[in-house]
Design a protein around this ligand. Structure first.
Ligand code: ZN
Ligand code: ZN
Ligand code: ZN
Ligand code: ZN
Length: 240
């Protein structure tokens, strides 16, 4: 049996490609990254704690992200980032689980159903995360997309960006075949996936045959573990 090839992605510092686990190791040693960090440390600005976060989809680990997040960023910033790059379809609730505590995206607990071990997301990363931790994140409590987030490393230095989070690498789009002809798929037909239980993946040519009354035309295929779930259509781009 042919061994499944793991997805690869490019390092933003040196452009070399690695698998998820390979990239996690590479970033610690990447010479171009070290040069860039040394340059930034020469500039004005204040030093802070920065975490290397390795994120993957629990049921689809070929979808992965390598992020650097400021320690003083909040869970809300990470939630915002994950929604923008991979998840947001209809403003569902989300939740981080960290050491038995849950931090949910709603801050409105007026109705009184708040569980004891539940807090909002206005909490700084550095007050709840330590290197070596792995935490869980869930988006949408109905058709849930679950992510695992490993805190690979923490460093003290000047941040690479004014933004709370920097994307260091992500998996390249996964190969996908048109369900009609086997050519590379470029569109996704929600109606065929949801109503017909087909893959819904279609090429440029076959996409033209998929106008349906309920879901309309196929959407461009994007790189997200949420494609095909709850009408998710992307854009699967980083927010900044
Ligand atoms: Zn590199
Ligand atoms: Zn939705
Ligand atoms: Zn086709
Ligand atoms: Zn269709």
């Amino acid at each position: 049996m042919e061994r499944k090839r793991r997805s690869r992605g490019a390092c933003i510092f040196c452009d070399l490609t690695y698998t998820r686990v390979g990239m996690q190791r590479h970033l610690a040693a990447c010479p171009q990254r070290q040069t860039r960090l040394a340059q930034v440390d020469q500039q004005t600005g204040s030093v802070c704690l920065l975490f290397h976060l390795a994120v993957h989809a629990v049921s689809w680990p070929d979808y992965w992200l390598q992020l650097e997040a400021r320690g003083d960023a909040e869970l809300a910033d990470l939630d915002f980032y994950l929604r923008a790059i991979w998840l947001e379809c209809c403003e569902h609730l989300s939740e981080f689980s960290i050491g038995g505590m849950c931090f949910t995206s709603t801050s409105d607990y007026a109705s009184g159903w708040k569980r004891d071990a539940e807090k909002g997301m206005n909490v700084q990363l550095q007050s709840v995360l330590s290197p070596g931790d792995t935490i869980r994140y869930r988006y949408d409590f109905g058709s849930t997309t679950e992510l695992a987030i490993a805190v690979v490393d923490g460093r003290r230095g000047k941040p690479l960006s004014k933004n709370p989070i920097v994307l260091m690498a992500r998996n390249a789009p996964l190969p996908a075949e048109c369900m009609a002809c086997g050519a590379p798929a470029t569109f996704f037909c929600s109606e065929c996936r949801i109503e017909e239980n087909l893959s819904g993946l279609v090429c440029d040519i076959h996409a033209r045959e998929h106008y349906h009354n309920d879901y309309g035309s196929p959407d461009p295929l994007v790189s997200s573990p949420r494609v095909g779930i709850c009408g998710y259509t992307g854009p699967a781009e980083p927010p900044y």
